[in-house]
Ligand binder design. Structure first.
Ligand code: GDP
Length: 530
């Protein structure tokens, strides 16, 4: 393939994740975006998929039968000459380290906020991961068809709570029962909101210039005056727009609308496609790697095990960072220096797995793995290439896991070891208890259920789970005095991590601070050598 074609294929790609708190409308927004791309034809398809996911308590069995479809990956569709990859970030009860790691595969993020609730806990956590990476963050304030917080207050909340400047791209006119539409600050056009119209289709809303008497009449005197006042305020006192600052993640462009009514979504999508970055160069141990480099490379950000009960296969999700993938190509697995043939990489969409013939920097492919691959591993044509290490995500839920039947000890240890390597769990060991009853740390509660299920199904081991009240883990230097003090404290449990580093489980931030101040012990957020 010529360099020109490679560049043009890569420059049309937009790979992003939607970050939000449960119920803000991520599924609804995703669905509307897919609708534009013609990837689905009917509103409700994604929703149905989500409902299926929770309608049954035995969802894991369901997931196994259906293959990978129910759990996350990436959805790809084409729209107006762009190839759009939406990374699915698991939320709700399946929130886990995967959710965080997925963000390392994104080139930008869309932060979705419920207009009545403002910034919520999960959004904040996910925002900080994006912030650390310095990727552009776009904001969509959803549900303006309902009673909402004052839009100026919402902008203020974004700035104060998250510490990012907000720039309103458009502005809502009224809200709830009186929601009249949105005003586009660039074009001066108003899109009129008419309840119910956009729900089922992607029909564009009625629009007109703000100076048009018909538009003004539709808005009404009172709201019109308010709109003028607010726009003046934004123009005078608001932040200035700067593409460079958006690119650096210092300013977030803010859009208002209602995903459910498909209102404001087209306006958002148009701007987003213009402003969001194509795949960007990445730092490596060999210098900056441009995506259009004529050699394939990518890293694994997620591993999904046992898609198929008969084959015990695992699928590793690879974010392509440079070059082009071609079906059957040979790559080097950097950690082992082994050659791998990417025979049947897959793209995943809804219920189907599609075998891919080609893919480009920015895309996500699923690669079959027989146990060799780990999170953070690099597949490349250039041996020795390494990307920046995966960020460390601290577990927030802890439980002691023990085996019901001592004869299964070997399988149990193997299972725990393998699941740890896969990146699903963090394993800690009590100073006085052996490997038979490790303490497991996870980001999301549901991981315990997944762990229990997988140990039973894949390793034939039944376990007991005893939840512990701790919420955070901190690492400490092996200073005898400190270990002794922490071991004696009723507020903490001293443990060893997988590399025999000392760590301490603590009830909450407040207690951690108290202990650290009281005994003058320095707590680290992650093991030192990371
Ligand atoms: P998720 O948990 O973030 O994926 O949220 P969903 O997309 O499932 O939406 C949560 C609830 O909010 C559902 O009942 C949606 O119908 C509703 N919802 C989503 N967008 C809007 C909106 O723009 N307006 C209103 N009124 N409801 C919405």
């Amino acid at each position: 393939m010529s360099q020109v074609n490679l560049i043009s294929a890569i420059s049309t790609r937009k790979t992003f994740a939607i970050i939000s708190h449960p119920d803000a409308g991520k599924t609804t927004l995703t669905e509307k975006l897919l609708l534009f791309g013609g990837a689905i034809h009917e509103a409700g398809s994604v929703k149905a998929r989500k409902a299926e996911r929770y309608a049954t308590s035995d969802w894991m069995e369901l997931e196994r039968q259906r293959g990978i479809s129910i759990t996350s990956s990436a959805l790809q569709f084409k729209y107006q000459g762009y190839v759009i990859n939406i990374l699915d970030t698991p939320g709700h009860q399946d929130f886990s380290e995967d959710t965080y790691r997925t963000l390392t595969a994104a080139d930008s993020a869309v932060m979705l906020i419920d207009a009545a609730k403002g910034i919520e806990a999960q959004t904040k956590k996910l925002f900080y991961v994006c912030r650390q990476r310095g990727i552009p963050i776009f904001t969509f304030v959803n549900k303006f068809d309902r009673e909402a917080k004052d839009p100026l207050d919402l902008m203020d909340e974004v700035e104060k709570i998250l510490g990012i400047e907000a720039y309103a791209m458009n502005w809502p006119i009224g809200m709830g029962q009186d929601f009249k539409g949105i005003y586009d600050r660039q074009s001066g056009m108003v899109e009129r909101f008419i309840s119910g119209i956009g729900k089922k289709s992607s029909t564009p809303p009625v629009s007109g210039n703000l100076s048009d008497p018909n538009v003004q009449e539709g808005i009404g005197q009172e709201l019109l005056k308010q709109l003028h006042d607010e726009i003046d305020l934004l123009d005078l006192a608001g932040n200035a727009f700067s593409q460079e600052r958006v690119d650096r993640g210092e300013v977030t462009p803010v859009f208002f609308g209602s995903a459910l009514n498909n209102f404001g979504v087209p306006n958002f999508l148009q701007s987003f496609l213009k402003l969001a970055p194509a795949p960007q160069p990445r730092s490596t141990n060999m210098g900056i790697l441009a995506p259009e480099t004529n050699s394939f490379s990518g890293f694994i950000f997620k591993i999904q095990a046992n898609m198929n009960a008969q084959h015990r296969d695992r699928i590793a999700f690879v974010r392509i960072c440079s070059g082009r993938y071609e079906r059957g190509m040979n790559v080097i697995h950097t950690r082992s220096h082994r050659r791998l043939r990417l025979a049947q990489p897959q793209q995943l969409f809804a219920q189907e797995r599609t075998i891919l013939d080609e893919a480009y920097a920015g895309d996500i492919i699923g690669v079959h793995d027989s146990g060799l691959l780990r999170i953070g591993d690099v597949l490349t044509e250039k041996d020795g290439l390494q990307f920046e290490t995966m960020p460390f995500f601290s577990p927030e839920n802890f439980a002691r896991i023990s085996i019901a039947n001592a004869l299964k000890r070997k399988q149990f240890i193997k299972g725990i070891q393998e699941l740890q390597e896969e990146g699903a769990i963090h394993v800690f060991r009590d100073l006085h208890v052996g490997v038979e009853a490790p303490i497991i740390g996870v980001v999301g509660q549901l991981q315990f259920e997944v762990l229990e299920y997988r140990l039973r199904e894949e390793y034939g081991v039944k376990v007991e789970i005893q939840h512990l009240p701790y919420e955070i883990v901190r690492w400490v230097d092996k200073v005898e005095r400190n270990i002794k003090l922490l071991t004696e404290s009723s507020m903490s449990t001293v443990v060893l991590d997988k590399d025999e580093n000392y760590a301490v489980l603590l009830l909450d931030e407040w207690k951690a601070k108290w202990l650290s101040d009281r005994y003058e012990i320095e707590f680290l957020n992650q093991p030192k050598e990371l």
